[in-house]
Ligand binder design. Structure first.
Ligand code: 15L
Length: 269
């Protein structure tokens, strides 16, 4: 590999996890965020810039071997906010890669791009069985992210890997997350695989740990080289005691996007 990996949104939740794990796997990081990263670590490069500032993004991308694009709003918000930060931001990340000749971009997509997809009656849900079916404006921005990624592969020859991330948190805190959790260690493994897979072209993969209760297929992510080391099951007993046995017919458990697909979520957001 040559040149650092430009990580946008490096000060955020997933950015912080990647800054902890990717250097051990040999990746040098150039960290970009709209706010300064609080805990600068040895060997990291740092830039403060807005991901929607295309000129700044092109400058940031020069000499990078890949971009991992995490920046943006990480949940539901207003249309003006989502369309600016998430859709314009993704355009700028991809366009900066093209202009600065960065060959590969890893995009932090989300399960909410396909949130209204029902849980399959049996078997695991494959990515190709979950076409765009967003549950929120946030989900729409992730559909746009995947569409922009596809365009930059077909038109400009970039490699673009879209990670449809489940619930990337330190540990699962709801019974839904017993199925959707992506552990911190697995977050690093998944991004490492997306950065290393030979010639992935355009690829869309689920990002979850090998949870006993998962219903998302991992074979596409494994084809990139991802090997999950974690399972949310050790948290099951305590979470079920606190929140009750999950009802598989309730929308939170019966649809990819969980609570984002419920009427209550609309009212609260
Ligand atoms: C996401 O895409 C969000 O960024 C995160 O905050 C969670 O809501 C997650 O999905 C989830 O579905 O658990």
């Amino acid at each position: 590999m040559s040149g650092p990996v430009l990580v946008t949104g490096a000060a955020g939740r997933i950015g912080t996890v990647l800054r902890g794990g990717l250097p051990e796997r040999g990746w040098a990081l150039r960290c970009l965020d709209v706010v300064p990263v609080g805990d600068v670590r040895p060997g990291e490069e740092h830039l403060v810039a807005d991901v929607t500032d295309l000129d700044a993004m092109v400058d940031a991308a020069r000499g990078a071997s890949a971009i991992v694009h995490l920046a943006g709003i990480s949940g539901e918000s207003t249309w003006p906010a989502i369309s600016h930060a998430n859709i314009e931001g993704t355009y700028c990340a991809l366009e900066a890669a093209r202009r600065a000749s960065v060959p590969r971009v890893v995009l932090a997509s989300s399960n909410h791009a396909t949130g209204y997809t029902p849980r399959p009656g049996d078997g695991l849900l494959r990515e190709e069985d979950a076409p765009p079916r967003p549950d929120t404006y946030y989900g729409v921005s992730k559909v746009a992210m995947e569409a922009l990624g596809s365009l930059y592969v077909d038109r400009y020859g970039l490699d673009v890997v879209c990670l449809r991330i489940g619930s990337a948190f330190t540990e699962p805190t709801t019974t839904r997350q017993l199925a959707t959790w992506l552990s911190p260690a697995d977050t690093v493994s998944l991004v490492d695989a997306a950065l290393t897979a030979p010639a992935p072209g355009f690829s869309v993969v689920w990002g979850v740990s090998d949870n006993t209760r998962r219903w998302w297929d991992l074979s596409a992510a494994e084809a990139l080289g991802y090997r999950s080391a974690d399972d949310a099951e050790p948290y099951a007993e305590a979470l079920i005691e606190a929140h009750g046995e999950p009802d598989p017919d309730h929308p939170v458990h019966a649809r990819v996007g969980g609570e984002y697909t419920t009427a209550a979520f609309d009212a609260e957001n």
